[in-house]
Design a protein around this ligand. Structure first.
Ligand code: ATR
Length: 285
């Protein structure tokens, strides 16, 4: 039996086991994918010892992605550009690490908004870890100008310095003007997530062909995406990226390239909605 894992701290709410087990069942693989809570202090020993426990590799999530990158023997170009790994596997007794978030972002947009990369300017909100993966994805698709708006300008400046002169830091106050020239708008912050404030951006001046993407998937339609849809703009939700980023890891560990289709999406959505129910019952009652 081939065993994979996802580690994080906390990890209880990870949807990754649900989607990997959907593929394991679909392809009748003798395999498993376990959710394992790992405290930061235990990361090193877990990563060095997982093969002794019978694991072939796994996913790494918050807060371990950067430290896992440092612990790998070999990292690929994606992980190197982003400075973090989310996918680990063993090859010739060496620990390999990749970062599949950029792949997940781009392939999801290819699905949900074909032609999304045929634009001159992208506008990204946020300058944290998620933003790094999105900048890398957009640079790979050769969109020439990336405007990076962040509450804390110095963080946007640091990312711009890392990724090069095509990344231009901006203040949130400049956003109303920047929206007009953007062919792609992406939210990488946690704003708009259930229990958080919405991302306050007025899209009325956006070009009609602009694509609006949100990495948040709880709710599936964030206030930003709802506004974009009402204005007739094309949108792309965060669940699609979550599903697509899982593909390369599954292929490495289990030897089959799985498909992201409506059946998988419905399966994971049902789990997400079931999770929300008790909360709304409590809120209502
Ligand atoms: P991640 O690794 O998931 O991207 P992060 O590194 O904590 O998470 O980054 C979160 C991003 O959301 C940052 O760009 C943060 O802005 P700051 O750099 O100014 O902290 C942004 N963010 C979070 N809460 C915010 C809020 N209330 N208003 C504006 N931006 C916010």
């Amino acid at each position: 039996m081939r065993k994979a894992f996802v580690i994080g701290w906390p990890i209880a709410h990870s949807l990754s086991p649900d989607l990997h087990h959907f593929w394991i069942d679909r392809h009748a693989i003798d395999g498993s994918y376990e959710k394992i809570p790992i405290e930061p202090k235990d990361l090193d020993s877990f990563i060095r010892g997982f093969s002794d426990k019978g694991f072939v590799g796994g996913n790494v999530t918050i807060p371990h992605k950067e430290e896992a990158f440092r612990l790998c023997d070999v990292t690929d170009d994606h992980a190197n550009a982003i400075g973090a790994t989310n996918t680990l596997w063993l090859e010739n007794n060496c620990l390999f690490g990749s970062n599949t978030d950029s792949y997940g972002f781009s392939t999801n947009l290819d699905d949900q908004a074909p032609g999304w990369d045929e634009v001159d300017t992208a506008l990204i909100f946020g300058a944290g870890g998620a933003s790094r993966a999105i900048i890398h994805a957009i640079q790979q698709r050769k969109i020439p100008r990336i405007l990076l708006a962040n509450r804390t300008r110095s963080r946007a400046e640091r990312l711009a310095a890392h990724f090069g002169p095509d990344v231009i830091p901006a203040d949130m106050q400049e956003v109303p003007t920047l929206v007009k020239g953007a062919g792609l708008i992406v939210n990488t912050t946690s704003l708009g997530m259930t229990g958080h404030e919405p991302l306050e951006v007025n899209l009325h001046n956006a070009a009609p062909e602009c694509v609006v993407s949100d990495l948040v998937y709880t709710p599936l339609e964030t206030p930003l995406l709802a506004q974009a849809r009402k204005l007739g703009l094309r949108t792309s939700d965060g669940l699609g990226m979550l599903l697509h980023q899982a593909v390369p890891g599954f292929a490495k560990w289990f030897g089959i390239e799985p498909e992201v289709d409506q059946a998988l999406r419905d399966h994971v959505l049902e789990i997400l909605l079931r999770r929300d129910e008790p909360k709304s019952e409590i809120e209502a009652g």
